[in-house]
Write a protein that binds this ligand. Structure first.
Ligand code: ZN
Length: 85
């Protein structure tokens, strides 16, 4: 079994953390659709914001979610970026 395989990550985590990651994955969507999710072969990832619910650390999941939401706020004109001078 390769270290990068999903099963390796599951085996190295508690059952509780695996369950919480699965619940987080199942609740994930964009614009009300879960079509962005890939969940075959033990994988749990999003093709839109690129969160890997199997391999990413909790901190990385938080950061990717934050980054995506900030980009969306800019795209929708809810916030404007100003240059640092
Ligand atoms: Zn996503």
């Amino acid at each position: 079994m390769r270290d990068s395989e999903a099963a390796t990550f599951y085996a190295n985590r508690t059952k509780e953390e695996n369950e919480l990651r699965y619940m987080l994955f199942m609740q994930h969507s964009h614009d009300g659709s879960s079509a962005c999710l890939y969940g075959d072969d033990g994988e749990m990832s999003c093709g839109v914001c690129h969160i890997d619910f199997v391999r990413d650390s909790v901190e990385m999941i938080k950061q990717k979610n934050y980054d995506f939401n900030m980009r969306e706020c800019v795209r929708l004109g809810l916030i404007k970026l100003t240059p640092n001078v």
